[in-house]
Design a protein around this ligand. Structure first.
Ligand code: HEC
Length: 138
């Protein structure tokens, strides 16, 4: 009997997790997924820079830019504190900066200016941390 109950519990858990996975409609979950993709992209850019692989750097930029839409859009409000009026504007601004510096990084790479590209990288990282420090409630 005990076994049957725990099996039932397991079954329910599995069903719940299966339900949650395919339809990821919670905007918070989507945004957190984008955050992890952004981290992944930043790591890829950094790795590309350290191994002097401009292709890898550019692939990282592409990955990063793929997430900016959700940071720019209304859905970002789901992860922003409601009591901070400026938060949404701030998020849009940071997203713009991320776009600008990542565009500039590609230009710098194509021009063979790795020092500029590195500068862009630190500017990108600054955008992440500046929002996290201001907005994230840790
Ligand atoms: C406009 C604000 C904003 C910007 C810009 C931003 N983040 Fe975030 N990020 C957040 C918030 C808010 C959370 C967490 C919310 C919470 O903890 O409840 C978060 C969480 C994360 C997490 C944790 C995700 C998880 O699974 O818990 C990672 C990783 C992350 N961000 C990476 C990045 C990277 C990399 C960048 C820059 C390329 C970036 N973020 C830019 C607001 C931002």
């Amino acid at each position: 009997m005990k076994k049957a109950v725990s099996l039932l519990a397991l079954g329910t858990l599995l069903a719940a997790s299966l339900q949650a996975t395919p339809k990821n409609t919670d905007p918070r979950l989507e945004l957190m997924k984008d955050m992890r993709t952004m981290l992944d992209a930043m790591e890829q850019i950094q790795r590309g820079g350290l191994y002097s692989s401009t292709d890898e750097m550019k692939a990282g930029v592409k990955k990063l830019q793929g997430t900016l839409k959700s940071l720019e859009g209304e859905e970002v409000k789901a992860i922003l504190p409601k009591d901070q009026v400026y938060a949404y504007k701030f998020a849009q601004k940071t997203a713009q900066m991320l776009r600008m510096y990542s565009d500039d990084m590609v230009v710098s790479i194509d021009a063979g200016k790795m020092d500029n590209a590195l500068d862009d990288y630190s500017q990108l990282l600054k955008q992440c941390t500046s929002c996290h420090i201001r907005i994230r409630n840790w």
